[in-house]
Design a protein around this ligand. Structure first.
Ligand SMILES: Cc1cc2nc3c(=O)[nH]c(=O)nc-3n(C[C@H](O)[C@H](O)[C@H](O)COP(=O)(O)O)c2cc1C
Length: 340
């Protein structure tokens, strides 16, 4: 009999000599995967490893870990947190990686996927996919600079050709990467076309290090299909993790959460944002989460518009309490228009 989703998820996985307990992990997400959200996720349970928001390598060596916007964590999560570094200069990346390693975090993740123009123009993120040899050399340099796991997150490349990620994955493995997260989309595509999961299967078959599949997993059926059809070693959840952070525990075999989970979890997130950020930053960050919360419901855009216009977190609380008084209709899959 084929393994069930909880059986697939609840298998420890060793990455560069360190073992994670489950194979469902949090994908890196700027302005969403922050310390407050990860605290919430930790309390809900089931997430095997968390990738931080991307952090600019040039800044990491000088950041104050208690106040930094992205290079900030709780001691309790250090062993399950990998910091994603963004940068194109091997020496700066290595220096940043050494700081991450010295802090005793799980590992370092290298961003080869961010296709934002303002980043690519500095030859960082997805721009590095244009020169696979140089990208692999950068990863190799970081690898030799630290003894913690070094992982890489990458996209297909700048053309829709499966040979590109297969070739790059082999080069990254040869350069010493300990695991890969692969998001099978071309660099200029901002999640408009479906992710090409068949490319994940090709990448997985090409290397012997663990491969996390990523892209367009929106329910348990998607997750099971991603495991089964690609043979990936684990799944990295992005947008759905923000919309429904309890799915890590649920898909791992936990009890179904009560309908009140949406309101309870969101109020808890607000309290955590207030704890970790000043009121203006907390509100700004929550507004981003608001789109993901709203994506779960029919007429969610009404909720999202109210959140977007709220002057402070107290008004957000009142809006939420009002919205959930009459149970809103839950969609079977989140509304993708709100998840761009
Ligand atoms: C708002 C947002 C921010 C993101 N920031 C990052 C990032 O900092 N680093 C990165 O490698 N990928 C980033 N991504 C890409 C995600 O990690 C992931 O590859 C993508 O969302 C597809 O996965 P999903 O369909 O599960 O969301 C971001 C995605 C979103 C939606």
């Amino acid at each position: 009999m084929e393994p069930t989703l909880p059986q697939l998820i609840n298998r420890p996985l060793t990455i560069g000599g360190r073992t994670i307990p489950t194979r469902l992990v949090l994908a890196p997400m700027t302005l969403l995967g922050h310390v407050a959200f990860r605290h919430l996720l930790d309390d809900l349970g089931g997430c095997g490893l968390m990738f931080s928001e991307m952090c600019g390598a040039a800044r990491v060596p000088h950041e104050n870990r208690h106040t930094s916007a992205c290079f900030r964590w709780r001691d309790a999560e250090a062993g399950r947190l990998s910091i994603q570094l963004l940068g194109g200069n091997p020496e700066k990346m290595a220096t940043a990686a050494r700081r991450v390693a010295a802090e005793g975090l799980f590992g370092v993740d290298i961003n080869l996927g961010c296709a934002v123009k303002a980043i690519c123009k500095y030859n960082q993120g997805a721009a590095l996919l244009q020169d696979p040899k140089a990208a692999a050399a950068l990863v190799g340099h970081v690898r030799r600079s630290v003894d913690c796991p070094v992982t890489v997150k990458f996209r297909t490349g700048w053309r829709d050709d499966p040979h590109l990620p297969v070739d790059l994955a082999r080069r990254l493995e040869d350069a010493g990467a300990d695991a890969l997260t692969f998001h099978p989309r071309v660099a200029p595509d901002v999640r408009t076309r479906p992710a090409r999961w068949e490319y994940i299967a090709r990448v997985k078959a090409a290397v012997s290090i663990p491969v996390f599949g990523n892209g367009d997993v929106f329910d348990a059926g998607d997750c099971l299909r991603m495991f089964r059809t690609t043979g990936c070693d684990g799944v990295a959840l992005g947008r759905l993790a923000i919309a429904q952070p309890w799915v890590f525990a649920l898909w791992g075999g936990g009890p179904p959460p009560p309908p009140a989970i949406f309101l309870e979890t969101t109020l808890k997130l607000i309290a955590l944002l207030e704890r970790y950020f000043d009121p203006t930053t907390g509100l700004r960050r929550f507004k981003r989460h608001g789109a993901y919360l709203a994506s779960n419901f029919a007429y969610g855009n009404t909720l999202y518009n109210r959140i977007r216009n709220a002057p402070d977190l107290a008004s957000v609380r009142a809006t939420l309490t009002g919205f959930f008084e009459a149970p809103p209709r839950l969609l079977s899959r989140p509304n993708l228009n709100l998840l761009r």
